[in-house]
Ligand binder design. Structure first.
Ligand code: NDP
Length: 522
C-alpha cells in the first residue's frame, strides 16, 4: 500500500495510548483494528506545510484533468467502478480492519454505495453540468443567446468521518473529480487506510498524478486543508462543522456541511408492526448504530406500544455482537472510535439514572475488542441525553406517545434534522406526517433508503448541515456558475444609450409602464 508520500507501514509501531484514547505511534498515526485492539498500520501525520505542498501540486494537476472533458473523466470513473468490483474483497478487508464493522456493513453500505456512485456520476455528471440555454422575459435581451454554464472551482478539500471511510470520506471525491476539479481528501485519523487504497486504485485506472491526494493526519491537518482549498466538503460532527464553516466564511469559500443527527422513527397505531420492528432493529443496529441517519429514537402510539416493544426486544436480543469474521459471522460489529464508547455508556447511564429501563443489552463487552451490547431502553423522555443527543451506538430508546401529533412535536423537538421515518399502513397519512417533520429526508414505511437514491438531495436541516450531496446540487456545488450573454445581431448602439433625449427616454418609460404596469407578466 502506498500513500502520496509513499509511507504507509503495515508493521505495528510502538503504540501508546494518547490522552483522547486513540493509539499514537512514535512517528505518524497508528491505525487500530477496533475489533481486536491490534495496530494494523501507521500513516504520516501531515502538518500545515505539507498540506500547502499538496495544494500546490493539486492546483498544477487540475487544468490537464479538466481538459480530459466529461468523456475522458467518465472513462476513468467507469474503470474505477470495475476496479472496485474486482478488488471488493481487498477493500472490504481494509474497511473492516480499521473500523471493526461487519463484512455486511462494509459490503452493503460502502461497496454498494461507491459502486453505484462511480457509474451514476459518470453518467449523470455531464447532464447536470451541461450548458443551460436560458429564456428571459427581459425585453432588452430579446434575440441574444443566454447561457448558464458550470466551471470546476479548481481545488476541492474533502474532510470525512470514521464511520464510513469509503461512502462518506471517499464518496464525495467522485462528483468533485467528475466536475473537473482536483481533490485533497483528509480522512479521519482513525480510518485513513481505505482512502489510501482508493487513491491507489484510481491511479491504476488512469487518474493523473496529484489529481486526488490523500492528506493523512489529525484535526490540525483538516484545519490546514480548509485554509488552502477553493471549496470544502465536510462530513463530521456539528461541533467541528461549525469550526470549518467559520474558516470558510473568513476565506469566502463555499462550504458544504453534512453533520450529526438524532433521527426519529414514528410508529402509528395502524402500522405493520412486524415491518416496523424489523426496520427499527436493523436501522438502529446496522453499522453498530454509527450512521448519521441511524434510527436513534422511536415514538410509538399508545395502542401498539406494548406489542412493538416486545417484538423489538426479541429481535434485538437475538443479535450476535463481536469480532467480524466474514459474511454471516455477527450482526453487530465494533465501536470504531474509542471516545464514542464513553458517550454511549454515558447516555445509557444517564437514562437509567433518570428512570429508564434497559430491556436488553446495556453494557460494554469485556475483552480486547471494543463492543457494546445491542440495547433497548423504555420509559425514556426528553430529559435524557439518549433522546436528545447523538449517541452513535447500538442503542434504541422507545417512547410511548398519546397520538401522532405528540410524536411529531417530540420528533421536531431537537436541534438536529437529518433524517426521519414514519410507519403507517395508510401511506397518504404517513406522507402527510412526513411533511410535518423537520428533516432533510423523511421515509414512509422505510428508513435510510433515501441515501441510496443518488438522484435525490441528501442534506440536513437545522444543526445537521448546510447544503447537500447527491442530485444536481451534489455536483454543481463543486463548480462556479458563469452567465454568458452573446449578442449576435448587433446594432451600433442601444436605444437607452447616450446622448439622453427627452423623447426617447419618455418612450422607454412608457414601454416599462406598458410592460410592468398592468400587474401581469409581458
Ligand atoms: P469529527 O467532526 O470529529 O471529525 C470529522 C473529520 O474532521 C475528521 O477527519 C477529523 O479529523 C476532522 N477534523 C477534526 N477537527 C478539525 C478541524 N478543526 N478542522 C477541520 N477538520 C477537522 O466527526 P467524526 O469523525 O467523529 O464523525 C462522526 C460524526 O459525523 C457524527 O456526528 C455523524 O453524525 C457525522 N456524520 C454525518 C454524515 C452526514 O451525511 N450528515 C455522515 C456520516 C457522519 P480526525 O478524525 O483526524 O480528528
Amino acid at each position: 500500500m502506498a500513500t502520496v508520500e509513499g509511507q504507509v507501514s503495515q508493521q505495528a509501531p510502538d503504540a501508546a495510548e494518547a490522552p483522547n484514547g486513540k493509539p499514537e505511534a512514535a512517528a505518524g498515526i497508528a491505525v487500530e483494528n477496533p475489533a481486536t485492539g491490534e495496530i494494523v498500520a501507521t500513516v504520516p501525520d501531515l502538518g500545515a506545510e505539507k498540506v500547502v505542498e499538496l495544494a500546490v501540486r493539486g492546483r498544477a494537476a487540475q487544468p490537464e484533468w479538466e481538459a480530459y472533458g466529461f468523456e475522458g473523466r467518465a472513462r476513468v470513473m467507469r474503470r474505477a467502478q470495475k476496479w472496485l468490483m474486482d478488488n471488493a474483497g481487498r477493500v472490504i478487508e481494509t474497511i473492516v480492519s480499521e473500523t471493526g464493522k461487519t463484512h455486511e456493513d462494509a459490503e452493503f453500505a460502502e461497496i454498494g454505495y461507491a459502486g453505484n456512485a462511480f457509474g451514476f456520476w459518470a453518467k449523470e455528471g455531464p447532464a447536470y453540468l451541461a450548458d443551460e440555454k436560458v429564456k428571459s422575459s427581459q425585453v432588452l435581451v430579446k434575440g441574444k443567446k443566454l447561457v448558464l454554464r458550470y466551471q470546476p472551482l479548481g481545488l476541492i478539500g474533502v474532510i470525512g468521518p470514521w464511520n464510513y471511510p469509503l461512502t462518506n470520506s471517499f464518496g464525495d471525491c467522485i462528483p468533485a473529480l467528475m466536475a473537473g476539479n482536483s481533490v485533497i481528501l483528509k480522512p479521519s485519523e482513525i480510518t485513513p487506510l481505505t482512502s489510501l487504497l482508493m487513491a491507489e486504485g484510481l491511479r491504476e485506472c488512469g487518474l493523473p498524478e496529484n489529481v486526488l491526494q490523500i492528506a493523512t493526519g489529525r484535526g490540525a491537518t483538516g484545519a490546514a486543508l480548509v485554509e488552502q482549498v477553493d471549496m470544502i466538503m465536510f462530513t463530521g460532527s456539528t461541533a467541528t462543522g461549525m469550526k470549518v464553516a467559520e474558516t470558510a466564511a473568513r476565506r469566502l469559500i463555499p462550504a458544504s456541511l453534512e453533520l450529526g443527527g438524532k433521527d426519529p422513527m414514528l410508529v402509528l397505531s395502524d402500522a405493520d408492526l412486524e415491518r416496523a420492528a424489523n426496520f427499527a432493529t436493523y436501522y438502529s443496529m446496522q453499522n453498530a448504530g454509527q450512521t448519521c441517519i441511524s434510527i436513534e429514537r422511536v415514538y410509538v402510539e399508545e395502542p401498539v406500544y406494548d406489542e412493538f416493544v416486545a417484538k423489538v426486544s426479541e429481535k434485538v436480543s437475538a443479535l450476535r455482537v463481536g469480532k467480524p469474521d466474514g459474511f454471516g459471522s455477527v450482526e453487530v460489529g465494533a465501536i470504531t472510535f474509542p471516545p464514542q464508547m464513553e458517550t454511549i455508556k454515558d447516555h445509557v447511564a444517564d437514562a437509567v439514572q433518570k428512570g429508564a429501563r434497559v430491556l436488553t443489552g446495556g453494557h460494554q463487552l469485556p475483552g480486547a475488542g471494543r463492543f457494546f451490547e445491542p440495547t433497548v431502553l423504555v420509559d425514556v423522555d426528553h430529559s435524557m441525553k439518549i433522546m436528545t443527543d447523538e449517541t452513535f451506538g447500538p442503542t434504541l430508546p422507545i417512547m410511548k406517545v398519546r397520538d401522532a401529533d405528540e410524536a411529531v412535536r417530540l420528533a421536531n423537538d431537537s436541534p438536529y434534522g437529518l433524517g426521519a421515518s414514519v410507519f403507517s399502513r395508510d401511506a397518504a397519512r404517513g406522507e402527510a406526517i412526513a411533511r410535518r417533520l423537520q428533516a432533510g429526508a423523511a421515509n414512509v414505511n422505510d428508513a435510510m433508503i433515501n441515501y441510496t437514491v443518488l438522484e435525490l438531495p441528501m442534506g440536513g436541516a437545522k444543526a445537521s448541515g448546510l447544503g447537500s450531496r447527491h442530485g444536481a446540487g451534489g455536483i454543481r456545488k463543486y463548480c462556479s456558475q458563469q452567465a454568458i450573454v452573446v449578442t449576435k445581431l448587433a446594432m451600433k448602439k442601444e436605444l437607452f444609450m447616450y446622448p439622453y433625449k427627452n423623447r426617447t427616454s419618455r418612450m422607454l418609460a412608457g414601454l416599462f409602464k406598458l410592460l410592468y404596469g398592468r400587474g401581469k407578466r409581458p
